[in-house]
Structure formats: C-alpha cells, structure tokens
Write a protein that binds this ligand. Structure first.
Ligand code: CP
Ligand code: NVA
Length: 304
C-alpha cells in the first residue's frame, strides 16, 4: 500500500503543516470529515499515557473510525512476538498504527514492516504530535510563528528535539537553556543548524527566555528515567520556570508545558496556574491536530 508515516515533524513539508493547522482550526469548530469511516486504528502503548491515549481514541471516533487500544503488556509482544510480525498482523486488520514506545528505532521498525501509516505518539527521541499541537497553539495565540522567539528551559529531551525540528520547518527562533550534559540530540541539532535553523543551546535560562513569546518546559526525568529523578533534581537546580523567569520574556508571553507537570520542580504553581499559562489549550489542541494528521495520512494512502 502506498502511504505516508508521521514519525517526526520533518515528515511534513511546510505547506503540509500549514494545511494541517487550517484543518485543525476547522475541526475545532465542527465535526471533522468521516475519513476513517469503516476503518480501524490501533493505539499501541509501551509507556503510560493520559492525553495521547484519550485524544487519539476520541479523534478516531470523531473521524468515524474504530479505535483499538493495545498495551504491550496485554499483547503477545510482552511474550516475545517480534515487532515485525506484529506490524504485518496489524496491517491486515487496521488502517493506521499509533505507537508510543521507548527507542525511536522501534517506531521506525514498525513503519518499515507495516503496510499502513504509522504515527509516532512519543519515543525517547521525539514527540511530534505534541509539538505540532503546541506550534498550532502558538499560531492560534499569535497568528503566526515565523520570526517569533520561543524558549525551551530544561531537559534536551524528546520534546526539545521535536521543537528543534519544528523551528527548522516553521522558521521561528528557538533558544534552549539546558544544564551541561542534558543537551538535545546532536544529530537533530546538527541537521537543523546546517539547514540554517535559528536554534541556540545556552546554559542560562534567563538568556533563553529574554524576549520570547512562549516559554516552554517539561519534566526533568522523562518516562524510563525514573531512577535518575533524584540526581536530575540536583542537576536542574535553577531551571524552574517561575514568575521571575517569565518576567524576562515578552510582555505578552505565554507559558507552555506538554504535561504532566511537576509543580515546584520544572515550573512553579504560580506560573502553571497563572494567566499566562496556555497548558489546557495545548492539551485540548492535541485532539484537533491529531484528527488533522490522521485525515492527512488517510488522504495519502492508496491501495496498491
Ligand atoms: N503530553 C502527553 O503526551 O501526555 P500523556 O503522556 O498523558 O499522553
Ligand atoms: N518528556 C516527557 C514527555 C511526556 C509527555 C516523557 O517522555 O516522559
């Protein structure tokens, strides 16, 4: 089957991302088209999830399709059935695979063996659905991203990597402040810089936040790094987004977080719950962006 996958932000062209934003806007105002009518989408989770799981399940239903939630633990995958076999089995029943896992090589392997679109619902390397929804949230707030400065404070993790790819695709300026030893992926960063993306990695959160229209952060220990949590709390001292840091940003700046948040660690309660926080909009926009992504992928699927 001729089809497209969505494993990274860079699987889209600029024009395609713009079209997805426009469709997400439409779907936020009325029911999306029934592009998954009589179709099934499997949502395969090897890590925990609240937002991604529920927004995909609701989104599939709103597109007229049937969602099937599968956890690795509850399937034969936990008993050693190879990924390549699972990919071909699922391709026989379903029309799309949404997968959350650890190593990025696992979604790539799934996409290689599956004959249907595969969507990355978070790996250790990237979280493209979240970051596309976050860019859409900035677009809704400010009308465009081009030329704007966005700050990332904290871990150079999967979210930070996808933000770098988004800066490359959408042409905004991205300043990241990460403690030494916690920089983003060097390959993703290198490609973005070689292609002229305006991405800087700094050590000082105030310098990164200076004049930014959006200040982003995320947990200091991601899923799979629970054992490092205590050590990381020390390494990230001084990287909390609080009112003083927000004061360095643009006067209309928003605070962003993909959630779940740890109040009093990467963000203060005051900022998370304050008037500049758009975290609930970000979470809600996941639904519309993912509907637009699934609709886009179905339109690019041809039975061969
Ligand atoms: N932001 C996000 O992906 O949340 P979940 O882990 O709850 O899906
Ligand atoms: N960086 C976080 C994002 C959670 C949505 C993690 O991978 O756990």
């Amino acid at each position: 089957m001729d089809h497209r996958d969505f494993l990274s932000i860079l699987d889209l062209t600029r024009a395609e991302a713009d079209a997805i934003f426009q469709n997400a806007l439409l779907y936020s105002r009325s029911t999306p088209p029934p592009s998954l009518k009589s179709k099934a989408v499997v949502l395969l989770f090897e890590k925990a999830s609240t937002r991604t799981r529920v927004s995909f399940e609701v989104g599939v239903a709103r597109l007229g399709g049937h969602p099937i939630v599968l956890t690795a633990a509850g399937s034969q995958m936990a008993r050693g059935e190879p990924l390549r076999d699972t990919a071909r089995i699922l391709s026989g029943y379903c029309d799309c695979i949404v997968m959350r896992t650890f190593g990025h090589d696992r979604v790539e392997e799934m996409a290689h063996w599956a004959d249907i679109p595969v969507i990355n619902a978070l790996t250790d390397l990237g979280h493209p659905c979240q970051v596309l929804a976050d860019c859409y949230s900035v677009f809704r707030r400010f009308g465009s991203l081009e030329g704007k400065k966005i700050a990332w404070i904290g871990d150079g993790n999967n979210m930070a990597n996808s933000w770098i790819e988004a800066a490359q695709l959408l042409g905004f300026e991205l300043s990241l402040a990460c403690p030494e030893g916690y920089d983003p992926d060097t390959v993703i960063l290198g490609i973005a810089r070689n292609l002229g993306a305006k991405v800087r990695v700094l050590r000082d959160p105030a310098e990164a936040a200076e004049g930014a229209v959006a200040v982003n952060t995320d947990v200091w220990a991601s899923m799979g790094q629970e054992d490092e949590a205590e050590f990381r709390q020390r390494a990230f001292a001084g990287f909390m987004v609080d009112a003083a840091l927000m004061a360095r940003a643009d006067k209309d700046a928003v605070f962003m977080h993909c959630l779940p948040a740890h109040r009093g660690e990467e963000v203060s309660e005051e900022v998370l719950e304050g008037p500049r926080s758009i975290v609930w909009d970000q979470a809600k926009n996941r639904l519309f962006i993912q509907e637009a992504i699934m609709d886009f992928l179905q339109r690019h699927t041809r039975k061969g």
